[in-house]
Every structure is written in C-alpha cells, then in structure tokens.
Design a protein around this ligand. Structure first.
Ligand code: IFM
Length: 440
C-alpha cells in the first residue's frame, strides 16, 4: 500500500465498519424476529436461503474481533445496534441481554482506546413493526426515535459519534421498489413513503437525541456516481433521474429541505399528504455527513415506466459484486457534496471497500486487489482534502467477511477472512498492509 497515515491531516480518523445483522448472530441473546429473518426464509430471496442467525458469531467473539481492530491501528470502529435485539417487539419492554451486549461492546472498545461510532439502524426492522407497515407507516418516525432514546440512554454517553440510519436509498428504494432487500416490495407508493419516512425518522431521532444532550450526530448516505451511456439528450436525462432519486434525494431533503425535481417527477403523486411540512424535522441540523461509496453506474433511457432507465455494462475492472472500480467517483462525491449541500460540515467516508472471492492458500489470503482498491480510494480522499473539502475520516467496509444480505456469505468484503464452518478469523494481506500504513 502506497498511502500512509502521515499523508493525512493530524486527527484524521481511520476506522473499519460492520453492522449488527451481518456479523453478530441474530439467533443469540434474546433478539426479536426481524424482516430479514422472514425475507431470508422466503424461497428465492437470498442465495442458498442464508440468514444472519449465526453469521460471524460476533455476539460471543467481540473481544477477539476488537483485538483485531486495535492491532490494525484503527482509531475508531463503526458498528450498528439491532433494533430487535434491544426491543424484540420494536416497542415496549427492552431486552436486558441486548442492552447489556451493547454496553459490554462499548466498554470493550474504550478499554482498547477505540472510538465507538454507532449507527442506530442498519436494516433489521423488527417484524412486529414490519407487520404494521414498517417504513411505509408514518408512525415509524416516532417508533424509531423511541428506540434511539432507549439504546442511547444506555450507551450514548460513551459514543464518539452517532449516525441514525445507514443508507436511506437501500432502506427505501432497494427494498420497496426493486424488492431486492427486505421487505421485498415492488411498489412505487410504498417506495415514496419509505423514502420520506426514513428521513422523517432520521430528523425525529436526531431531535430526541439532542434533547438527551448527545452530540456529534450525523446522517449516512450511499452514493453511486452516474454516467450516461451516450451523450444523447435522452440518456443524459436518464442519468439526471438516476442521480436525482439515488444520490440527491436524501441529501437534498436533509441539507436543503426540498426534494430534487428529477425525483419528484415520479414520486410526488405517491408521497404522503402534507409531506412538505415534515422538512422542519428532516432538516434538523447534523454535525457531520457520512458518505458510503463503492462504484459508479452507467444508465440509458428506456420507454418503460418512470424512472425509464436501465443499467448498461461498464468497461472498467469489476469487483466480485460486479461493481466497476471507479475511485474518481469518490473524489467527485466528496467535492460535490461539500460544494452543493454541506459546506463546512465535516464529511466522513463511512464505508468503502470491495468484495472478492478470497480463498485461503497455505493459511494466508493474498488480496492484492483489495490493497490496490483501498490505496486508490484513499488517494481520492487525499485529493478532496487538498481541494479544501473537510473530510475527517475514512472507514473501511468491512472488518470481517460477513452476511452480504441477499447474496449470502460468498461475497467476501472483509480485511479478515472468516471460515464460515469453523468461524476462524485470519487477517488477509490487506489487513496487514493497512496496519503497516497506519503505523507509518
Ligand atoms: O454490506 C453492505 C452494507 O451492509 C451496507 N453498505 C454496502 C455494503 C456492501 O454491499
């Protein structure tokens, strides 16, 4: 790895990220059922019907996993809290074991000098609330704020930073329009409502946490750089639509109190009545903005229903997710986000990384491809900082190979290889390279 810690400003945070359902083992510790458990149990939804009931068993192995975070020299660890582990029915009586788990996890980070960076929701909606419509129900904003108060009432005093909801696009569009994630809907009215409610829930929970005296509160958005397949006006308009509903909708809601015209074009008829009034809540100020970035998308216009576009295969080398490797997109997003939305508000790269079919050979995993990927994306971060963008941290997805949702366990994103039979952990070459770069 060419890039090293000393190439970044003092205090720049290096971290690694995970999420609860993907690693903890949802079957342990009295957690309630989530929409991912039932989505995975439905034939055809997840590769080999794999689920997160055991996952990496981080629930029992978190001390050793945090030793790995520490030994790599990371400053912070981005983890998430499972709503259904804390409140098995989504509301009502908390699960004492669940609260104790996050309490122990927090203290274990602090004992190792690792800054805890929590995300409240990384996709596991309790089934009891999913039964009531989940993200399509306007009450979800208050349900979520209540959950935020319960979990932060227990661990909030020790968090370095708090993010509300990971990747609103995935929570709303991927799950309610494309049907690829739980709850697996393909319905534009449900999508529009989920898109709006996810932001209202973010704002309501942010207000609730501020009222508790908590600080360093942020929002995390995922972005894919959009390119038109040709320079025809129709493809360029398709690109703008994609950029509108994917990249700009949520940022614009939170930082400008409006939705982009390209998104409203298709979604406005389906938004809940009085949606404009919610911007007072949605624009509740945040202390930082998180960007999750992996790839770009090439789109062309179609004559189908709105948004009237489809993906076109791109020419660049791809990861095991079939995602083009395009580090320039991270630079573009960092600069554009600061210029058009966030100004001086600190930005963090809260996720970036790649999947590969990493195999063990003689006890080692030589993932040179990942080392190059990280290097190239860190250079994009450096360029943005040199241009004056207040980027304050970079978190690698992911610490461990884990449950890649509808794609099961085969898409390995980890710096650390996990044998899903024995659950043995083996740091890959990228882990060692990053550890060296962070020492330098
Ligand atoms: O594994 C996911 C994670 O849950 C959210 N961001 C993207 C990652 C890779 O697909």
């Amino acid at each position: 790895m060419q890039v090293k810690r000393s190439d970044f400003p003092d205090g720049f945070l290096f971290g690694t990220a995970t999420s609860s359902y993907q690693i903890e083992g949802h079957g342990f510790g009295g957690a309630g059922q989530t929409h991912w458990d039932t989505f995975a149990a439905t034939p055809g939804n997840v590769v080999r019907a794999e689920h997160g009931l055991r996952a990496c068993d981080h629930y029992h192995r978190f001390e050793a996993d945090l030793d790995l975070v520490k030994a790599a020299g990371f400053d912070c660890y981005r983890f998430s809290t499972s709503w259904a582990r804390v409140l098995p029915e989504g509301r009502g009586t908390p699960n004492a074991e669940g609260l104790d788990f996050y309490d122990r996890l927090t203290d274990a980070m602090l004992e190792r000098g690792i800054k805890p960076c929590v995300t409240l929701y990384h996709w596991e909606m309790p089934s009891a609330l999913a039964d009531r419509g989940g993200w399509t129900n306007p009450d979800v904003a208050q349900w979520f704020a209540d959950f935020a108060q319960v979990i932060m009432g227990r661990i909030g005093d020790r968090m370095h930073s708090i993010a509300t909801i990971n990747e609103p696009w995935c929570v709303a569009w991927l799950s309610h329009f494309e049907g690829i994630h739980a709850p697996g809907l393909r319905d534009i009215r449900a999508t529009a409502r989920a898109m709006h409610h996810v932001l209202k829930a973010h704002g309501t929970a942010t207000q609730a946490m501020r009222a508790m005296g908590l600080g360093n509160l942020g929002a995390v958005f995922n972005m894919e750089w959009a390119k038109a397949a040709t320079d025809s006006a129709a493809d360029e308009a398709a690109r703008a639509r994609f950029d509108g509903y994917y990249n700009r909708f949520y940022l614009s809601g939170v930082f400008k109190g409006e939705y982009p015209a390209e998104g409203l074009e298709g979604l406005e008829p389906h938004l809940p009545q009085g949606w404009q009034d919610d911007f007072a809540t949605i624009t509740t100020p945040v202390d930082w903005c998180g960007i999750n970035y992996y790839t770009r998308r090439i789109v062309e216009a179609t004559d189908g229903a709105w948004p009237s576009l489809r993906d076109v295969e791109g020419p660049l080398p791809k990861t095991f997710m079939d995602w083009e490797i395009y580090p320039e997109g991270l630079y573009q997003f960092l600069t554009r986000t600061a210029r058009e939305y966030t100004g001086d508000t600190p930005i963090l790269v809260t996720e970036n990384g790649m999947a590969a079919p990493d195999a063990m050979t003689n006890g080692a995993v030589e993932d040179t491809h990942r080392i190059n990927y990280i290097d190239d994306h860190l250079r994009s971060v450096q360029r943005a900082i040199a241009d004056g963008v207040p980027v304050q941290g970079y978190m690698l997805w992911s610490l461990l190979d884990n449950y890649e949702w509808a794609l099961g366990y085969e898409k390995r994103f980890g710096l650390v290889h996990v044998d899903f039979d024995t659950l043995d952990r083996t740091p890959k070459a990228s882990y060692h390279a990053l550890a060296k770069a962070l020492r330098t």
